[in-house]
Design a binder for this molecule. Structure first.
Ligand code: GLN
Length: 536
């Protein structure tokens, strides 16, 4: 069948969860047997979000092909179980870069290069790129930002043009917000009406409205929105706050969002979606009562989305163990010898987070020493793994000034060193070791047991690595290098012997944990946490 295009725009305010609505719809269409992908267009000038700090934009997600991407791609993968790529996340920066490169090459020779048609054509080309592979029945395109923003105008214009070209093979969903005014005890639809008007002014008549709301929207209110906005009443759907984002697909299905999309795109229905596995996950989630207490030690703890994929991976693993996750963020800048016992002992397991730069690392060393000596199950990810290595060097190998050259370029004991390939790198954007690489695990190691296989592939995002010159000293003292890249021998995994569970990974397992496929390392980490709890 011809590829159908679904556009998701947002109005009124940001952070309404366009990514969750797009992911939920994708999940429903997949569960009906269609082939689906989701892509996101971000209206900022950065080429990718890799250079944004987490305070600015939450976690930076990484695709298998090494693209630093918006965190919504993490939602897409967690909901759909399908890997995304560089083609699934485009920014204004990339669109302009391509057009400007073409202009320099002379592709537009003799012409004035303009937003319309050159930028909009480039947007349209990218919208259709995944569809043109013939691999998908549906391409869902999420337009970042809010309708009315200057930045998103070229995208909206491109969608307007595509509507004409694609005709009934295209559907526009607009997500808005219905605030509840407490003083008046009333839900207000005016912002939605204005937002739809704005979209109409820009040339797009939405087919479906999804209204985010804290309270149930009565039917007459939905009919009123339908009337004012030229949308059929059954296509005004409410997305009421639910305890878990993973309930949203069911909520959307109850209101027939997937059926309406099929109807409007003239797509024959292949029966009801098969949501058995999804429902199984939700049932496990809802029946879990006993908690697993995990402490996450990191410096970006004030921001909700900074460790999004880690939070979700822990939650998925807990759910499949029939447990509820109690996750506590511990600010690594605040951890010291005086308070470490009080801060860490209430938890069943500790995760030391990825990160960049010196700030907060000393607290990570204190936490890791405590975890190592108190035999607390501990997972170190990326910088967390590097800190495990440094702490061990300082306190077990007695290399007092051991460090990463990232933190101290002059250290005598550079147990974490800049990767050779990074030494000539000057640009900051997109130049880390990125994407999926193979790793071979040592037979008999705890990590190999956790994975159940010896050859794995995981995603990376780093510039520094374990310094191989120290490998023997570490191994002799009990920190084993149990995973390495088969080609370069770069150390990817370390673990402690004589410890119930102390594993550090240079890669990011959190990027590949999904609702239907929880990650084996997180599964085993939570298993160890439960064992720890049972001991107490
Ligand atoms: N800053 C470290 C490096 O670049 C770790 C990066 C990370 O935790 N993602 O190697």
């Amino acid at each position: 069948m011809d590829t159908r295009y679904i556009f998701v725009t947002g109005g009124v305010v940001s952070s309404l969860g366009k990514g969750i609505i797009s992911s939920s719809l994708a999940r429903l269409l997949l569960s009906r047997g269609f082939k689906v992908t989701i892509q996101k267009f971000d209206p900022y000038i950065n080429i990718d979000p890799g250079t944004l700090n987490p305070y600015e934009h939450g976690e930076c997600y990484v695709t298998v092909d090494g693209h630093e991407a918006d965190l919504d791609l993490g939602h897409y993968e967690r909901f759909t179980n399908i890997k995304t790529s560089r083609a699934n996340n485009i920014t204004t920066g990339r669109i302009y870069q391509t057009v400007i490169d073409k202009e320099r090459r002379g592709d537009y020779l003799g012409k004035t290069v303009q937003i319309v048609p050159h930028i909009t054509d480039e947007i349209k080309r990218n919208v259709k790129l995944l569809g043109s592979t013939g691999d998908y029945d549906f391409v869902i395109t999420e337009i970042g930002g809010t309708v009315g923003d200057i930045e998103s105008l070229p995208y909206i214009e491109a969608v307007r043009q595509l509507r004409w070209e694609l005709g009934s093979k295209c559907v526009c969903i607009h997500l808005t917000y219905v605030p509840y005014i407490r003083a008046a005890a009333e839900l207000k639809t005016k912002p939605t009406q204005h937002s739809v008007k704005m979209l109409q002014q820009e040339g797009i008549q939405p087919d479906i409205l999804v209204l985010r709301t804290e309270k149930d929207l009565p039917a007459p209110m939905r009919r009123k929105v339908a009337l004012f906005c030229n949308v059929s009443p059954d296509a005004v759907i409410q997305s009421i706050d639910v305890p878990s984002i993973y309930q949203v697909p069911l909520n959307m299905h109850e209101q027939r969002l997937d059926d309406i999309v099929l109807e409007k795109t003239g797509t024959p229905s292949q029966g009801e979606p098969d949501l058995d596995k999804w429902n199984h996950f939700l049932n496990m989630m809802q029946s879990a009562t006993d908690e697993v207490r995990v402490g996450l030690v990191g410096k970006y703890v004030q921001l909700q989305d900074a460790y999004k994929s880690i939070d979700e991976s822990l939650f998925q693993a807990c759910t499949y163990h029939g447990r509820k996750l109690k996750l506590t963020y511990i600010n690594s800048e605040k951890v010291n010898d005086g308070n470490v016992d009080e801060l860490l002992s209430p938890h069943d397991a500790i995760l030391v987070a990825p990160g960049f730069g010196q700030r907060g690392t000393e607290g990570k060393f204190v936490a890791l020493r405590w975890c190592r000596e108190h035999k607390k199950p501990t997972l170190g990810i990326c910088l967390g793994m590097q800190c495990m290595v440094i702490e061990f060097a300082r306190n077990v190998l007695h290399l007092d000034d051991a460090n990463s050259v990232e933190m101290d370029p002059k250290t005598q004991h550079n147990v974490i060193d800049l990767m050779e390939e990074q030494k000539s790198v000057t640009n900051m954007g997109g130049t880390m070791r990125l994407g999926a690489y193979a790793c071979r695990l040592k037979q008999g190691s705890s990590t190999a047991r956790a994975y159940g296989v010896l050859n794995i592939e995981e995603r990376h995002r780093h510039r520094f690595e374990f310094n191989d010159e120290y490998r023997k000293a570490f191994e002799d003292a009990g920190m084993k290098c149990v995973g390495e890249n088969p080609e370069t021998r770069l150390v990817e995994v370390v673990e402690l012997e004589n410890h119930p569970w102390y594993i550090g990974v240079q890669f990011h397992p959190e990027y590949s944990s999904t609702v239907l496929n929880p990650h084996p390392l997180f599964m085993d980490f939570i298993r160890a946490a439960i064992d720890e709890q049972n001991k107490q």
